[in-house]
Design a protein around this ligand. Structure first.
Ligand code: BTN
Length: 331
């Protein structure tokens, strides 16, 4: 094939071409012009990566199931984007935080669209200094590098944009009734299923890079949730009762994110904001917002064009709020 693809990847392609049927070691060795022993060694590595491959003395090999690991070549297979995830994908079995990694790559000049993904985070970070529960193989922990030509004070819009993309992902791939809790929590039945952490680096009043991190609880069983989030978190598995292929969710997220990012950059924020408002359904609701040092309660009048929440307090004063924890008050 001579296009830079590793022998192991070529072998995988042959196995995928005849997925569900047997192919002999001899025929693989012949097609790839390597020894049968070499084939066997690569089969062993593929199994270690999570591919379920049967083998039989007589019949050869059969690929039963692809790996559920978020391997770069699996993500890119059938990925319908132009830039996001198309260039560099940095894959980690474990890392501290994909946002940390992505910031490092970005500061070294990694281009827009670079994706960092991990099977497990040892110091997954949430908003407001919280930790993000990131057990191995159960969720999506991914960060993408952007280099938008907008002013730094427009950065909060990117967070809203990413939450729209995450909500669209879950809406289009599952039948779950998803909505967004301002600014960027993805909620189902009052419990959080995904979150976004945006980090930005500026230089002289312009954006150098933005890292958008997404965490989605996919195949997390209820019993593995730590006590501090067991009443507030949920996962696709918990909501549907079924395991879901993480890789197809990640692909869909990259596709939605690219669609909304392109919309934002070419047509402005208005169409993104319109969709956000629809998915959030927050306007007109009574809420309280925890702002770390104080709590405000009142009615949501609007989310303005910059992504700020406009709250009318009971005494009639208007507050413009950039970020906080919202609780809906049932009325
Ligand atoms: C939130 O608090 O809602 C935001 C959670 C964001 C978690 C993701 S997981 C991938 C990326 N790396 C991190 O350390 N955090 C984000």
């Amino acid at each position: 094939m001579g296009n830079g693809m590793s022998t192991k990847q070529q072998l995988l392609i042959h196995l995928k071409e005849c997925k569900g049927t047997w192919i002999s070691g001899e025929s693989l060795a012949h097609r790839m012009t390597i020894s049968r022993t070499a084939i066997w060694k690569h089969i062993r590595t593929l199994r270690e990566e999570g591919y379920v491959i049967e083998s039989s003395q007589k019949k050869g090999y059969l690929l039963r199931q692809s790996s559920d690991l978020l391997l770069a070549h699996e993500i890119q297979e059938g990925l319908n984007t132009s830039v996001f995830g198309k260039r560099d994908i940095q894959y980690f079995r474990h890392t501290d935080s994909t946002n940390n990694r992505a910031k490092l790559f970005a500061s070294e000049g990694a281009p827009e669209g670079t994706l960092v993904v991990a099977e497990e985070q040892t110091r997954g970070r949430g908003r407001r200094g919280r930790t993000w529960f990131s057990p191995p193989g159960e969720g999506i922990y991914a960060s993408i590098i952007l280099r938008p030509s907008i002013s730094p004070n427009e950065a909060p819009k990117l967070t809203l944009m990413a939450s729209v993309a995450a909500a669209e992902t879950l809406l289009s791939m599952t039948s779950l009734a998803i909505n967004i809790k301002w600014p960027n929590d993805i909620i189902i039945n009052g419990r959080k299923i995904a979150g976004i952490l945006t980090e930005i680096s500026t230089e002289m009043e312009r954006i150098d890079y933005v890292v958008i991190g997404v965490g989605i609880n996919v195949n997390t069983p209820r019993k593995s949730l730590p006590p501090d989030i067991e009443d507030t978190a949920t996962s696709v598995l918990m909501e549907t009762g079924n395991l879901f292929p993480r890789i197809s969710l990640l692909r869909a997220y990259l596709e939605w994110l690219e669609i909304y990012y392109t919309t934002f950059m070419t047509r402005g924020f208005e169409p993104v904001m319109k969709r956000w408002k629809h998915l959030a359904g927050i306007i007109g609701r009574q809420i309280s917002v925890d702002l770390i040092d104080r709590v405000r309660t009142g009615e949501v009048i609007d989310v303005d064009k910059d992504g700020f929440l406009i709250l009318r307090e009971h005494d009639g004063t208007l507050e413009r709020i950039i970020s906080g924890d919202v609780t809906l008050i049932n009325t």
